[in-house]
Design a protein around this ligand. Sequence first.
Ligand SMILES: [Fe+2]
Length: 280
Amino acid sequence: MAYLNQAALDALSTETFQTRQPYPWVDIPDTLTSEAFQCLRESLPDIGMFKKHVGVKRAHGQGYHDRAILHYRPDLKLAQPWREFLAELQDGSYSAFVRRMLGLAPDATIIPTMEWYYAWEGCGVSPHCDAVRKRGTHIFYFNTDADWHEDWGGHILILDDGRRLRSHSGPGFDQLATAASLDACGNRSLLFQRTDHSWHGVRPLGCPPGNLRKLFIVTVNVPSFQVWWRRVRGKDPDGYPLPWLGSALRNSQSLSIGTSGCIMPQSIVGWLTNHRGLHF
Ligand SMILES: [Fe+2]
């Protein structure tokens, strides 16, 4: 079964996306086929598999990003629909789509990471722009009006700083204009590109206890010093350990790190190759 609605993705204009203000973003209706959306919704991972991130201090004085996260790794026990969907996301068609939209060359190195985010009453995401390594983020929604009411909130806010603020700052919602408020429900998704002004966030949820807001997020990372330094220490771009590092680097082009965008003296590359089994 095909999970992505390829016709919906093909219909998106790169130019419209790239010229949108205050930064490139698009809300994509019917991102998945109806059958795929239903299958994936019914087989979402249980929150018992997640790690809670609550009250974690952030840089630049930014407020908390409270949620539970399940970070994808190949040995996760997932339902068959999710295994198939994740395989589809890692094939050439999806990669070509994100490269086209995000203005990346067909042979540019990208390093996708994937996570499920669940959130409950009181959880919010303070305004932020994302790290430079995150070239783009694709957020799939997995609530419907059967388990989420619009007045509970959870809208993803596309925020506009009027190009006044540095990305390394911590404004409140009231210091930014709201360019769009997206109801994160139903078979839709949000793709946006990181810029120095790509402010976004979610106000604290107002749902009753026992309800969860459910998202699945693909991050399109590109080589940066942060990515390189984490890889040196055996971690992926999000900072999670890479127990499968050796075989993945040998077998997967998508996980390899190119030298473009990385400051990596040859002496260090040689040492890493000889002593840590890393290949660049
Ligand atoms: Fe973000």
